[in-house]
Design a protein around this ligand. Sequence first.
Ligand SMILES: N[C@@H](CCC(=O)N[C@@H](CS)C(=O)NCC(=O)O)C(=O)O
Length: 221
Amino acid sequence: MTISIYGDSGSGSFRRVWAAAKHMGIQFEHTPVDLLKGESQATEFLAINPIGRVPVLVDGATVLSEASAINLYLAEKFDSPLLPKGNARYETLQWMFWSAEHWRVFSSYLFNERIGKRVMGVAEDPTLVEFIFTNIRSNAAMLDQHLAGKTFIVGNQVTLADFDVAAPFSQMARTKTPYDEFPNIMAWQQRLLDEVPAWKETKALLDDRMDRAFAAFGITF
Ligand SMILES: N[C@@H](CCC(=O)N[C@@H](CS)C(=O)NCC(=O)O)C(=O)O
């Protein structure tokens, strides 16, 4: 039975699953959902995922949303080292939870403020952007320290934590987030691009999708 993953190739959340599934060598079908055409809110899509967001995985009777949950499902199903055994598993989960609650959340708000509002022709709120940047910088300072002398987030092997924590880099060129103030973070991000072909490949596809889609609105970055 073919695994289907629903998503828009411009979505950083979809990219987490897309890249992890490719990295694990899983055969799957990509079912496109065009977010800019509002397809995530269409009745047919809401019937699959009432939350109205991508990615969504359909594997027979299993229907899952939330990229981290999908990645955990796939890593367990295919017994992938992306979800290590022993204490490293709980460290991986620790960073995935941290990423959701304290890290990616600010990049999502920033994307809405900087890009979403631009599409709607509304000015960004500088106070809100300042608040977001303050939070990103304080979290990035801690992450930068954690990464000093380390190859990846957990130990010296790629795990699902790397995909979850690296996700905000998907939109960095467009949101102009100041991750470049943090040398260990930048070195780790480059290492992921150099050593994880699926991360590099999905970056190129995501950038292409975003650049073309926004050019249609007369927006360049
Ligand atoms: N917490 C979710 C976030 C999913 C999400 O926000 N997806 C966005 C694209 S990156 C989406 O589908 N937005 C469509 C909408 O809000 O209608 C996850 O990690 O999968």
